[in-house]
Design a binder for this molecule. Structure first.
Ligand code: PHB
Length: 416
């Protein structure tokens, strides 16, 4: 019988064709102006057999960026360019949400429009990590503390980006509230030392997220909006004395909004990498029951763990990140238990087509194998003919046509 991982699922107003979600993955292939490219449209289209794609982090303003070549949703040119991506995904029957991102203190003066340190809830620098730039990683800077007026502006930028996402044809948006980025910086006490209504008790620290949701709700229905949180992660100094109590309160507070989903990052994930289990890890199983709606669990899942967590009723949907980099048809491969292609971290962020749009589907792999077999057969025939007597008059004609065949076959293998 078909496992429910591969069954349809109703997500608010839309139907997903299976319960698999392509998790957001930064791939740094946009233009320097934050425009999605044709290559990105192909990349996402290739992965559209999954139930839902969540786009790579897409910045809501030029101040919200940490690294070059990530896409944005803060101007009309970006909306036009994203349309090509969403159309390509929809043409193949897929669904795609835009992940809205502001990195706060994870940015650096070298990429800020005014060349000054980035903005954050409080002037507290990240100390235990380095800003990953060339030629040498650099220490993070003490960020500029956001004024209340600036906070209201950023809240509005989220809402405008959500509206643009809709204009661009996205089926919904996800607010990136995880991994020590701006929303998470408001939530955790290590990065939020404010004494106004945005700091202090959790009810105050969650105010920024709530205000963003209220502002977004003015533009698009909240049953098309998800929120992503990483309860366990202390990556980028996202520290709090009681992360479980913090997230428990945040998650409970989200019940009032009627969201499309809550997206939780499992322990063992530190930003974009796997880490050792930390003391006090908080798996989705510990928190999901407090959320009244749909829960996505993401982070290091295998086919087996995905099925288990669905059967246990802990989560409704399973996100896969890195496996989607190298297996465009991951749902079919998982359903048919076909071996998976291992991801190649070297191509995650750098470069162009290689490692991005050149991973084969199962069918392409089969075809390629067939062509290779054909090539081997031709080679064997050539060898046999070459062994025959020089007096054989047909030999040269046959050899000539076999060489022609070989050329065609090897071209086909190369081009595949
Ligand atoms: C990354 O670019 O490595 C990255 C981006 C967003 C995340 C985590 C990691 O949430």
């Amino acid at each position: 019988m078909k496992h429910k991982l591969f069954d349809n699922f109703r997500l608010g107003p839309v139907i997903m064709r299976n319960r698999m979600v392509m998790a957001p993955l930064t791939r740094s292939r946009a233009t320097p102006d934050g425009l999605p490219t044709e290559m990105m449209a192909l990349h996402y289209a290739q992965r559209s057999s999954t139930g839902l794609i969540i786009s790579e982090g897409t910045v809501i303003s030029p101040q919200g960026v940490a690294y070059p070549r990530v896409p944005g949703l803060y101007n009309d040119a970006q909306v036009r360019a994203w349309r090509k991506v969403t159309e390509a995904v929809h043409e193949r029957g897929g669904l795609i949400f835009a992940q809205l991102w502001h990195v706060g203190r994870q940015s650096h003066s070298s990429v800020q429009p005014d060349g000054l340190p980035p903005f954050a809830p409080s002037p507290v620098a990240i100390e235990n990590y380095l800003y990953n730039t060339r030629p040498e990683p650099l220490p993070y800077e003490v960020p500029r503390e956001l004024t209340k007026v600036q906070i209201v502006e950023i809240v509005q930028q989220y809402a405008d980006a959500a509206e643009r996402a809709f204009d661009a044809g996205f089926d919904g948006v996800e607010l990136h509230g995880a991994n020590g980025y701006l929303i998470d910086q408001f939530l955790n006490s290590s990065s939020n030392r404010r004494s106004d209504q945005y700091g202090g008790p959790v009810t105050n620290r969650v105010r920024f997220l709530h205000q963003v949701l209220h502002a977004v709700a003015e533009k698009i229905p909240l049953n098309r909006v998800g929120v992503r949180l990483s309860p366990s992660s202390t990556w980028m100094d996202a520290e709090d004395p009681d992360k479980k109590a913090l997230h428990s309160q945040v998650i409970t507070s989200l019940n009032a909004f009627g969201l499309a989903y809550l997206h939780l990052v499992e322990p063992h994930i530190a930003g974009s990498t796997t880490s050792d289990a930390e003391m006090g890890a908080i798996p989705t199983a510990d928190l999901a029951a407090q959320f009244d709606g749909v829960v996505i669990s993401t982070g290091g899942h295998t086919r087996e763990s995905a099925k288990q967590i669905l059967e246990d009723g802990v989560a409704d949907l399973i996100g896969f990140g890195r496996l989607f980099t190298s297996n465009p048809d991951l749902p079919a491969r998982m359903e048919k238990r076909i071996s998976l292609i291992q991801p190649d971290r070297k191509t995650f962020y750098a470069g162009r087509e290689k490692g991005y749009i050149d991973y084969p589907t199962m069918e392409a792999e089969d075809k390629w194998r067939e062509l290779k077999n054909h090539l081997t057969a031709v080679d064997e025939a050539i060898l046999e003919l070459e062994g025959r007597s020089l007096m054989d008059l047909d030999r040269s004609n046959e050899l000539y046509s076999l060489f022609q065949l070989r050329k065609l076959a090897s071209e086909a293998v190369l081009n595949y």
